[in-house]
Design a protein around this ligand. Sequence first.
Ligand code: ADP
Ligand code: MG
Length: 754
Amino acid sequence: MNSPRLAEPLKAVLGARTAGGLRKLGLESVGDLVRHYPRRYGAPGEMTDIGALRVGEHVTVMAQVRSSQVRTMRSRGGAMLEAIVTDGSATLQLTFFAKRAGVLRMHEDKLRAGRTGLFTGTVGEYRGRRQLTHPDYLIVGVDAASEDEAVLEASRPIPIYPASAAVPTWRIGRSVRTVLDPLTATDVADPIPDALLAERNLPGLREALQLVHVPDTDDDWKRGRDRLRFEEAFVLQTALARRRASHAELRATPRAARSDGLAAALDAQLPFPLTDAQVAVGKEIAADLERDRPMLRLLQGDVGAGKTVVALRAMAQVIDAGGQAALLAPTEVLAAQHVRSLRHLMGSLADGGMLGGADGATRITLLTGSLGTKARRQALGEAASGAAGIIVGTHALLSEGVQYADLGLVVVDEQHRFGVEQRDALRERGEKPPHTLVMTATPIPRTVAMTVFGDLETSVLAQRPAGRAEITTHLVPADNAPWMARTWQRVREEVEAGRRVYVVCPRIDDDAAVVSDDAVVSDDAEVETSVDGEITLDIADAVVANEPDVPLASVTGTVEMLRQRPELEGISIGTMHGRLAADDKEAAMSAFARGDTPVLVSTTVIEVGVDVPEATMMVVLDAERFGISQLHQLRGRVGRSDLASLCLLVTRAEDGTVAQERLQALADTADGFVLAEKDLELRREGDVLGAAQSGGRSSLRLLRAVRDADVIDAARVAAGAVIDADPELSAHPALASAVSEWLDPEREAFLERG
Ligand code: ADP
Ligand code: MG
C-alpha cells in the first residue's frame, strides 16, 4: 500500500496545468512521478552533435550560446530574436517572434553568449539553415539562488527524463524535485528489508530516489540506479518465490505410466526413432505426471525440434491413467494442423470407439469457435463424456463452457505469452488442477525464463532430429531489380523441382495497417518501435521507424504482382491470412501441402507450427518490419525435411541501420538462442520483460534481462530466503504490498480506494 503522500494526485501538488502534461506520460500521483526515472544523464560539457540533426525531428540538444540579438521587423512589424547556438563546430539557429521587442528581452537576457543550455523543439530549415522556432529551453545554472549554487548546478549531471513535446525534460525534473523534497523515509516505505540493504550495501529507497533525480555526481546516480534496479529484481523474484510456494501446496491426480497401454503402443509404432533429447525430456515429464503435485513445465525447443511427439507421449500416459488431455494452439489453423499430425502419428490408435480402432485407442476431437452448432455440440459431448482422450483447440478450451470428464493434462503450444493469469485460471478450474506443459520454439534466454516464467520448471530440446538440411538465409535489397527478378526465378526453380514456396507479407491488403493479423505469437510491439514524440538527446536512438514512402507489401497486392511476373507464368498461387474463414484457411493450407498451389502468399499466420515438409523456400517481403524472433519462427516453416532450404529476406533497410543489423543476424545464424540474445541486445527501450509481463507502473523500468543476469540471480537467492523465513511476508509489509502491486495492479488500485 502506498503511503498517503505517495498516493496524492499530482494535480493537488503541482497544479492542473503541469499535472495535465504529466498525465499524458501516465503519471498521476506523487508515487508515479518519483518513480519516473531519468533515462540518461547529460554532462554540461558534452554538446550534442548538431551536424547530425535531421529536419523534422523533435530533439533536445545541449549547446552553447554564441550570440543573440533582438531585431524589429520592418516589413511585417513586430520583433524577432535570433540566437545562434553551437556544439563547437556546427551551429543551430533559435528564433523567437513577438509583437514587441520588450517581450523578447527576457529571452535575450537568458540566452547570453557563452552560456550552456538544453534546447528542445522540432528541427526546421529556413534559407538553408537549421533552426528551432520558439524552442523550450533551460540554461544551466541560471535559476540557481547563488553563485555557488550556479557553479554546482553547472557541474551536475543533468537528468534527462522520458519526456514528451508537451512536457520537456527539465519541467519534469523540476516537478520531481517539488514532490520529492518534502518526502521523508517514512513516506516512501522501502520494500527491501533493512538487513538486506546492509548486506548488499545499498542506499534506502528515499536516498536512492534523491540520488537518481538530483545527483551531484555520476557516482550518485549510478549508486541510486543500481539499488532501484536491484529492487525491481527483488520484488519480482519475491512474487515468483511466493507463487512457487503456493503452487507447492496444490495437489493433482498422479497419472502413473503403464507399460501395456496407449503410450507403449504409440512408441512401438512411431515412424522414426526418438532423439536422445526427446527421450530425456520425455522421462522428466513422465516423472512429473506421476507426482501428486501439478506439473508446471516449460518445454523449449527450436522450430522443428519435434515437440509435438513429446507432448503426445505425455498425453498418452495421462489417457492410460484414465485422464484426458487438452492441447491449446495459438490459432485455429494450427489447432487443425495439430489434429492432422496427431492422427498421423497415432494411426489407428486415434480411432477409439470406431470399427477397426486399436485396443486402448482413443479419440482426438477438434473444438474451435468456428465449428458449426452441430459439430460443436458433438465435440463438447465427447469432451464431457470422456469419449475423447485428446481435445485440440485454442485457449477457448479453458473457458467455462467446456466440461471435461477428467482433465489431467493441458498442453499449451507455441504461446510464450501464455501469461500468469491464464495459468492461474487453469489452476482454479475444477477441484484438482491439471498438469500443465507449455511448449515454445521462441528461445527464451535463461534470465528471461527465470523472470517471466520464474514459477515454471524448464526442459530444453536442444537437439534437432537427424537428417535435416541447412537453411541458407540471404538479404535481398528490394530496390535492386535484377536481384528481385532472380528471386522470383528461384521460386520457379523450386516449384519445378516439386517443392513449395512461402511468400510472406506484413499486411493483408492495402488498407490494412496491421503487421500481424492473427493472435499468433508475434512481436508487433517491437516492429512498431517508434519514438512517439519522445525527446532524445541521442539521435542515434531514434530508430528508423518512419513510415516508408512506398507502401508495405500486402498479400492481395503481392498475389496480383506475382501473377504478372513472367518468371512465375503458369504457376498457381494461393492466399492465406487471418481474415479468411476457417474453412478457407484449411483449404488453402491443404492445397499448398498437396502442391496444387505450390506458392502461398501469406501473412504471419503461418508463423508458428505449420508443417509442410516439401516447403523449401521462403521469401519475406519488407522483412525489416518483423522482429528477429518472429522471422526466426517464420523461417522455421522451411527446412523441415532433408531438402536444403532457402530463406530470402527482402528489405528496404539501409546499410548500417539497426533494422539491417537485425536481418543480418538472421542471415548469420540459425541458432535460436543466439538470435534471442541478439534480439534483446538490439532492442532499444522495448523490454521483453515489461512487455510480456505487464504494463503501466508495475512494469520493469531499469532491469534488462541479459545485461542484469547477475542482479536477477542475486535477487532470486535473496527473495527465496525471505519467503522461506516468512512466507506471508507479515514482517515485511512494504515488500508485501510491492509484490501484490506487481502481481495485480488492479487489486492494488482497489485497496487504495478502500
Ligand atoms: P516443433 O518442435 O517445431 O513443434 P514438430 O513437433 O512439428 O516440431 O516436428 C517437426 C517435424 O519433425 C514433424 O514432421 C515431426 O513428425 C518430425 N519429427 C519429430 N521427431 C522426430 C524424430 N525423432 N526423427 C525424425 N523426425 C521427427
Ligand atoms: Mg510445433
